[in-house]
Design a protein around this ligand. Sequence first.
Ligand SMILES: Cc1cc2nc3c(=O)[nH]c(=O)nc-3n(C[C@H](O)[C@H](O)[C@H](O)COP(=O)(O)OP(=O)(O)OC[C@H]3O[C@@H](n4cnc5c(N)ncnc54)[C@H](O)[C@@H]3O)c2cc1C
Length: 373
Amino acid sequence: MIENNKTDVIVVGAGAAGLGVSVILSKLGLDFIVLEKDEVGASFKKWPKETKFISPSFTGNFFKMADLNAITPDTSPALSLMTEHPTGEEYASYLEGLSAYHKLPVYTGVEVKEIQKDGRLFTLDTSLGSYECKFLIWAAGEYQYPKRKSFQGSGLSTHYSEVPSFSELDGDEHIVIGAYESGFDAACNLINQGKKVILLDDSNYLEHVESDSSYCLSPFTRDRINSVIDQLDYHSQTKVESVEFIDNKYLVKTKNGKEFETSQKPINCTGFASSLKLVQDLFIFNKQGYPLLTELDEATRTKNLFLVGPQVKHDNALFCFIYKYRQRFAIVAETIAKRKRVKRKLLKTVLKDYKELNFYLDDLSCCDGECVC
Ligand SMILES: Cc1cc2nc3c(=O)[nH]c(=O)nc-3n(C[C@H](O)[C@H](O)[C@H](O)COP(=O)(O)OP(=O)(O)OC[C@H]3O[C@@H](n4cnc5c(N)ncnc54)[C@H](O)[C@@H]3O)c2cc1C
């Protein structure tokens, strides 16, 4: 327990990002706690039952090629879970194991509602009273903050994040709105359940190919699409404008004048917003809605406030996958350690593995290229 709810560092969120940075804080001997509104790995536990990781797990750590889904250099979900593409539930058990092993001080059932900074101190107003700290690391993710208003009548649809399992959805035919990773995931899983799927999207990700995995479909998803493509009724360049409920049917109207009808609620796969809306006054956002960060992932507007996780973006480099954003945990932890005057020798020892296994990215010019083939 901490005294009077005061500590040096508070991490908000016990997902992949919050725990990943916490392991380093723990190794550095810093005073910190993690506040988690639900439980460790909660977002992963909320994934639809059939959904799997698109990035593959493979144990290469000892050859200095860490498992893409590992959040520390010395662990591998491939090894602990014995699978290449874990489900959300499986991955959450990897996170729980890691949290228990490192005895991370995670306070579950504490929802952070508002944050204020007065002088050098942050005050966090939570469902269990207020907490104070000098350094704050925001790691509350995106998944539990779905994008809901992408079209008129979106309240008549079920958001992807609200689907417990595709096998539990009633009906033989579904309309899926949005065809990027989650939309194609929904479509493939529904077809595998023997259902018919109409998939509507305002662009065409099947045709879109580029080097950066953040901006195009993963090979895992392409393989799955190829295995069901004959059964998929896919309409690209078809922007959904509205959903209405008329005569016990859901009527979906698109910008290019098409209309589709279904007796089941359409599934909204237009993406996620961000937990950052809870702390938006502490950040400045660019036109695309990404927070402006220093080279140390500190909010440009608020000293000692750091962001870790998939919302981190520097120019075109979007750190939205675990194998990308884990490379910034050590940068944030090192910055705090230096400001807390942690001994240089300890810092060097702790960061050694992180540097050797590409878990330490301090040259941001690296990530903006195109592969030649
Ligand atoms: C369908 C799908 C498939 C994906 N596949 C991959 C993949 O294959 N590979 C990959 O690298 N990435 C993948 N991602 C992205 C990956 O899930 C995210 O990068 C990851 O979940 C982000 O981790 P996080 O810790 O930032 O957020 P989360 O995992 O969402 O963790 C945030 C935590 O904060 C807690 N929290 C939220 N708000 C508060 C609050 N106000 N107070 C206290 N606690 C709070 C939540 O309960 C949660 O436990 C996928 C995402 C989706 C949706």
